[in-house]
Structures are given as C-alpha cells and as structure tokens.
Write a protein that binds this ligand. Structure first.
Ligand SMILES: NC(=O)c1ccc[n+]([C@@H]2O[C@H](COP(=O)([O-])OP(=O)(O)OC[C@H]3O[C@@H](n4cnc5c(N)ncnc54)[C@H](OP(=O)(O)O)[C@@H]3O)[C@@H](O)[C@H]2O)c1
Length: 315
C-alpha cells in the first residue's frame, strides 16, 4: 500500500510502499478514502511526544481519516466488513497513521460509524478539529448572551468553535483577516477582529471596555504570554488554550478559570458530530483536497500557516 511516512523525528515526509497490515484480535483493517491534516501531525513528526510515547519508524503520519472496514480480526463484534467508519487512527507505538491507503484500528478505539450520506472528506475532517472545538466550547461554560473571543478562528478548530459557540447563544468575536472575515460571519461570528491591523486584545478592549466572558486561544504557543488576552476577561471568566499556554494557578489569581484542553473524543461525541455535519448544522470548510502523492507538499504548505479550513488527502 502507499503511505506517507517519516523515517525519524524531523525527517521529510516521503511517499512509501508498505505491506498492507493484518488485523489482530479486536482490530479492524480499514481501507481509508480520505485523511485530514492537523497541526498535531507535524508536531508529532517533529518530536512533540519524543520520550513520552514509544514511536515505531518508519512512522505513517496523520491521525484523522474515514473509510470502509475491509476485514475484521478475531473477536470483533461491533463492526463488520463494509461498514463506513471515521475517527482518529494515530498509533505511534506501532508506526500507524492515516496518511495511508489502509490502517488498523482497535475496535474500542476512537472510531465511529458514519451516517450513510456523509462524504468521506467531510468525515475525515471532523475528528480532531471539531471534537476539540466542541470540547473547548463546553469548557468555556458559556451562557446565552455571553461574549467569547476565538483567537485563531480562521482555521479548522476555530471555524467549528464559532459554530458551537453560536449554537450556545453566545456573542462570538473571531480573529480574521479580510479574506475570510465574511465566511466567519456566515458561520456565526458576530464581530471579526483583524489581528494584522492592531493587537487583538487592544481591539477587543476598545469594543468591550467592561470585559468579555471567555477566550478560546488557538494561537499562543506553550509558555507564551497570554496576559493581554486573559486581561480581557471579567472575574469568573474562562481562558481555554489548546496549546498548553494557560497557567491555571496564575489565572486563578486573577479570578479566571484556566483550562489546557487536550481533545479526547468518545464514540458518542464522534457520532453526534457526524450527525450534526450530516444535517448541515455543522459546516466544514474543505480548503484543499490533494492526492496522497502530494501530501508531503501539503504538509509543508500547512506548516507555513495560512489555514482557511481543512486540507484533506483523497486516498
Ligand atoms: N490540544 C488539542 O487537543 C488540540 C487539538 C487540535 C488542535 N490543537 C492546536 O490548536 C491550534 C489550532 O488548530 P487548527 O487545526 O485550527 O490549526 P489551523 O487550521 O492551522 O488554524 C490556525 C489558524 O490560526 C491563524 N492564526 C495564526 N496566527 C494568528 C494570530 N496571531 N492571530 C489570529 N489568528 C492566527 C492561522 O491563520 P494565518 O496563518 O493566516 O495567520 C490559521 O487560520 C494548533 O496549534 C493545534 O496544534 C490542539
């Protein structure tokens, strides 16, 4: 089978031929039809989890994907060949990932059946970005009418987070440059903040001098300075980071609840998100679709920034 692999931390992704894996007890072999890129994929390839988790090289890159169950191993009871499934397939200890024509999944892993009419690229685009968005908005504890700033709103997580916050009845402020501001308003943002015109926090403070209720920060790197953004929050507000940029103790000292979110999808959540997408209540913007052979170049483009939705590999 064709797959995009790395031979070590920091190595260039390469299109490679690998044997089709065999499902063991409790495992399924899935013929993937689409895989989606997430920043986590190249962070892992660069060694983000080095020393924390075993890695087996050559390592197939990627986590998210959607496809059809090809074969089941002994003891599998919930899935059968022909089922369409989607989820997270990264298994670093076994060198497995989703930028591949076939992947092994554990029956009890992060996997769910897809609604019949949901296209594979949309299903593949959902697991990491939309689960993170959903769990981040839950963590933000918003009441209707409360105000949330989504920093980094134009990418995969941000676009879904706008929609979940709007569904909660919140007033949504979204960072956006001019090329995407209209689209983010269409998804449910009430106000957009062009972070290239002036610092985001200054602009939000000018428009909301009494403060806001929550910040979802998708931008600040681990250990980065969140003071200006956290300073926008009213006492009792919530600061959620997807990049471990929140210091919950320091935030508590200013009466702000700090959360460092790590997505952890349940099968039920995956099924609910797929149902929402299928019903058109969660809109996924596919920014680019590329063949597997172009995935290494797509990874390099995505690394450079400028995401306006999801990049999907067609398999
Ligand atoms: N903890 C978890 O479980 C988890 C899960 C998913 C994602 N994440 C992390 O969350 C972050 C977002 O993920 P994603 O999938 O949405 O990434 P993405 O699709 O690459 O989107 C990131 C967006 O942020 C924008 N951006 C960059 N700098 C900005 C700034 N200073 N102000 C405002 N916007 C800015 C980018 O646009 P420009 O490049 O044009 O500026 C891009 O549209 C990533 O760091 C990812 O690793 C964590």
């Amino acid at each position: 089978m064709k797959a995009v692999t790395i031979t070590g931390f920091g190595a260039e992704p390469l299109l490679t031929d690998l044997p089709v894996p065999e499902p063991g007890p409790g495992e399924l072999l899935v013929r993937l039809h689409a895989a989606a890129l997430n920043p986590f994929d190249w962070k892992v390839a660069d060694g983000a989890l080095k020393g924390l988790v075993d890695h087996d090289f050559p390592l197939v890159m990627g986590s998210d994907g959607a496809g059809v169950v090809e074969r089941i191993g002994p003891g599998v009871i919930h899935f059968r060949p022909g089922d369409t499934v989607y989820g997270q397939f990264m298994n670093l200890a076994h060198g497995r990932g989703s930028y591949a024509e076939y992947v092994i999944a554990a029956e009890n892993g992060t996997l769910a059946r897809m609604p019949d009419d949901l296209p594979f690229p949309v299903a593949a685009a959902l697991p990491t970005a939309s689960v993170t968005a959903y769990q981040a908005i839950e963590a933000a504890r918003l009441d209707a009418g409360q105000v949330i700033l989504i920093n980094g709103a134009s990418g995969g997580v941000g676009q879904s987070a706008i929609q979940f916050a709007a569904l909660q009845g919140a007033r949504v402020l979204a960072t956006a440059t001019g090329d995407i501001a209209g689209h983010l308003r269409d998804l449910g943002a009430d106000e957009t903040v062009d972070f290239t015109a002036a610092p985001t926090a200054e602009q939000v403070l000018a428009a909301h001098p009494d403060g806001i209720d929550a910040v979802l920060d998708l931008v600040t790197a681990p250990g980065g300075d969140v003071d200006a953004l956290a300073g926008l929050l009213k006492p009792g507000g919530t600061f959620v980071s997807t990049n471990r940029a929140a210091d919950p103790d320091a935030l508590a000292a200013r009466e702000v609840h700090g959360v460092n979110l790590v997505n952890d999808p349940s099968r039920k959540e995956l099924e609910s998100l797929a149902a929402l997408a299928d019903a058109g209540r969660l809109r996924i913007t596919i920014d680019a679709e590329v063949p597997l052979a172009d995935a290494p170049a797509a990874v390099n483009r995505a690394r450079a920034g400028g995401s306006r939705g999801k990049t999907v590999i067609l398999l």
